[in-house]
Write a protein that binds this ligand. Structure first.
Ligand code: F6P
Length: 327
């Protein structure tokens, strides 16, 4: 290894995601393997500010690869937004002798890591951990696959009762700014329609498609609504549809935080292990202010600013595919 780093810090921040524990485990064991001490920072930036930091040994990450959530816990820190808060955070980094940081999380986490790096020069590597899959520079983010499996399982169950009662179900999935979960789970469950933030939703078009379905004898259905869709959440869309045609028997299910929990899938465990390992290797190779990702099986380091700001595009053809197959 080119760079000799004696101590690194690792933390999780923002919304938790299944597989974060597998990433922590990979960071700890990779670093220990190369003779670097690892400090676990609890509750993200809050823990950094308050000095809630503990040394992690190999046994501390035993039996966690299959566990959802994050053993280091997570938070969205208000204090870190102030220069005083960040000063405290940096003082603790120095106090513990931490020479570099690995931040596991999404865009908010990376924004904080970028500021730390720019204000104090501490090397940082981001590991993409969010169920939203909305970061540029990686095909998949940690937790996305598991969250989608959870959604598919739930929708399959709702499909049974929707059919029995001839009902139209509006199912809200997570995704404040991104429709990845909605689009892929919509295809996987044969949803009648999928509403996502990346495209403009026209309620009239939705009504038209529902009417066509009705004429073909399809009287029940599943409409997936990403929480950030421009037409509003699932309740709002259901209300608008009912306003147009009161004959529909409608129901709304908001899947909510069930999507963030649970044992990580095989894909998330392997991805998290790989990215955790590569993050440490990246630090040894002198990388900083980068997010580590995996694209077509290759390790890719993307500048953190680009990872946050660059848009991970929705595949428009998949939308077309969903439309054709739901006829
Ligand atoms: O960033 C992940 C995410 O799950 C979003 O899709 C969702 O809008 C948000 O977190 C909700 O987070 P919280 O309830 O923690 O504020």
């Amino acid at each position: 290894m080119e760079k000799n780093i004696k101590k690194i810090g690792v933390f999780t921040s923002g919304g938790d995601a299944p597989g974060m524990n597998a990433a922590i485990r990979a960071v700890v064991r990779t670093a220990l393997n190369y003779g670097t001490e690892v400090y676990g920072i609890c509750r993200g930036y809050d823990g950094l500010i308050n000095g809630d930091i503990k040394k992690l040994e190999s046994k501390d990450v035993s039996g966690i690869i299959q566990r959802g959530g994050t053993i280091l816990q997570s938070a969205r820190s208000k204090e870190f937004r102030t220069p005083e808060g960040r000063e405290k955070a940096y003082n603790n980094i120095q106090k513990f002798g931490i020479e570099a940081l690995i931040a596991i999380g999404g865009d908010g986490t990376f924004t904080g890591a970028s500021i730390l790096n720019q204000e104090f020069g501490i090397p940082v590597i981001g590991v993409p951990g969010t169920i939203d899959n909305d970061l540029f520079g990686t095909d998949l983010t940690i937790g996305y696959n598991t969250a989608m499996n959870t959604v598919v399982e739930a929708i399959d169950k709702i499909r049974d009762t929707a059919g029995s009662h001839n009902r139209l179900f509006f199912i809200e999935v997570m995704g404040r700014d991104a429709g990845f979960i909605a689009l892929n789970t919509g295809i996987a469950t044969g949803a009648e329609d999928i509403l996502i933030p990346e495209t403009v939703t026209y309620i009239d078009d939705l009504i038209l498609r529902l009417r066509q379905n009705k004429r073909k004898g399809k009287s029940s259905g599943i409409i997936i609504v990403a929480e950030g869709d421009d037409a509003g959440g699932a309740y709002e869309v259901a209300r608008k549809v009912k306003e147009h045609d009161s004959t529909y028997s409608t129901r709304v299910t908001v899947l909510g935080h069930i999507q963030r929990g649970g044992s990580p899938s095989l894909i998330d465990r392997v991805l998290a292990s790989f990215l955790g390992y590569q993050a440490v290797i990246g630090l040894y190779k002198g990388k900083s202010h980068h997010m580590v990702g995996r694209i077509n099986g290759e390790t890719v380091f993307t500048d953190i600013t680009k990872a946050i700001k660059g848009h991970h595009e929705i595949d428009r053809e998949m939308l077309e595919l969903a439309r054709i197959l739901s006829i």
